[in-house]
Design a protein around this ligand. Structure first.
Ligand SMILES: *Cc1c(COP(=O)(O)O)cnc(C)c1O
Length: 398
């Protein structure tokens, strides 16, 4: 056994989160794509079968009350809240991340008020956020400026209405300084909107502690909610009265069954609701979130950094020099829970990943040259990491 394989075994033995792996459906594939689609928690299929067969099949319409369907968006929001450092009553679950980016950004501009007519957007953002920011800007009469997160401070001015940032860059895995950037946005009198897709469930976010205004995130990555599971929207408590949604549906009406002609928003986070929630996906997510009970996010972060450190070490040891170069920062303070490697020959990434998958190591790639490996501490171990590094070395050495 190699020195790295022995180390992996010792690290797995000492890993306090290791027992959680048994709560997921895992096989002998090394699954490093939980940053795109989290693995299935083992108890979810039976729970979902109960939702379909009993709650829908037998109780039918009664389930809106008796099975708690109507209040699921707020209830599940409160379940996500501790994972992102939010007190209860500030998160509502529903719709996709894209739709929530739209709600949050337009509402942010409306909160910012008169005289502020510029939206700043992360120039390296996941594309959907950028597209939606463009539309939100046109609708609100703002101009849109794309700036690298490092340049946000310099770009802020008395004109800035809202700033939309990604907490972790989906390509490079770089983690941005949410506390400092949020403070800078606030100082400039603008409203911050954070996209937590690649950080929630992987590291502490501290929404309340750092005074974030609005945030959105998906639940099918590190939160394992299932394909297309609904996203969430955080509206800080003291902004809720001023949250003026651009999608004011009947579900966020103060009296949804009053069927009134005029819209009057309900108080609280449920202002972020729109129409009838996607109950099957939502309740699969609710069941999936149970694996987090008693799991401190700090312990998850600690293991995540140990996994990515160890992967970088394995890559350094096993992969022939010059074939790949890490683009994920080495500094812990700037690293999310994935490692991105740039292939020396552009266009190689798709082919390399195909060969990795054939050998039981599943990551993904982003054209043209980035290999992405996501590390999900709840079900990935150090033995997996060593094997992934070794197989990558074999594929690139061949
Ligand atoms: C995954 C991801 C999304 C996905 O948005 P959907 O509406 O769920 O398709 C959006 N933003 C970021 C930063 C992401 O990583």
């Amino acid at each position: 056994m190699s020195e790295l394989a022995l180390r992996a075994r010792k690290l797995d033995e000492a890993d306090e989160l290791a027992p959680l792996r048994a709560r997921f459906v895992v096989d002998d594939v090394v699954y490093l794509d939980g940053n795109s689609l989290g693995a299935l928690p083992a108890h979810v299929p039976d729970r979902l079968a109960d939702v379909v067969r009993r709650q829908w099949g037998e109780l039918r319409i009664r389930s809106w009350e008796e099975s708690g369907w109507w209040t699921a968006p707020e209830r599940i929001g409160d379940r996500i809240a501790p994972l992102v450092g939010a007190a209860p009553g500030q998160i509502v679950v529903g719709d996709s991340t894209s739709v929530n980016v739209f709600k949050a950004l337009v509402a942010a501009v409306r909160i910012a008020g008169e005289g502020r007519d510029e939206i700043l957007v992360d120039a390296t953002t996941f594309p959907t956020d950028g597209y939606i920011a463009g539309s939100a800007a046109r609708m609100t009469g703002c101009s849109l400026r794309a700036v690298a997160p490092d340049e946000v401070r310099a770009a802020l001015s008395g004109r800035t209405a809202a700033v939309l940032l990604n907490h972790v860059d989906y390509r490079t895995g770089r983690l941005y300084d949410l506390p400092a950037l949020t403070a800078a946005v606030r100082e400039a009198g603008a409203v911050s909107v954070w996209d937590l897709c690649h950080s929630a469930g992987a590291l502490p976010v501290g929404l309340d502690e750092h005074g974030v205004d609005l945030a959105v995130g998906c639940t099918y990555k590190y939160l394992n909610g299932g394909p297309g599971s609904p996203a969430y929207l955080y509206v800080r408590r003291d902004l809720q009265d001023r949250f003026d949604s651009p999608l004011p549906g009947w579900n966020s009406h103060v009296e949804p069954f009053g069927m009134r002609g005029a819209y009057e928003p309900a108080p609280g986070a449920l202002r972020g609701r729109v129409g009838t929630p996607d109950i099957l996906s939502m309740l699969a997510l609710e069941a999936a979130l149970e694996v987090w009970d008693g799991v401190p996010i700090e312990a998850v972060r600690e293991k995540s950094l140990a996994l990515t450190d160890f992967f970088l070490e394995c890559v350094g040891e096993y992969v022939p020099d010059g074939r790949v170069e890490p683009v994920t920062p080495l500094a812990h303070a700037e690293r999310g829970s994935q490692v991105a490697l740039r292939c020396a020959h552009a266009g190689d990434a798709g082919d390399v990943m195909k060969r990795l998958i054939e050998r039981g190591v599943v990551g993904d790639y982003r054209a043209p040259d980035i290999l992405r490996f996501g590390f999900t501490p709840l079900y990935v171990g150090f033995g997996d990491v060593e094997r992934a590094g070794r197989v990558l070395g074999e594929v690139l050495g061949a």
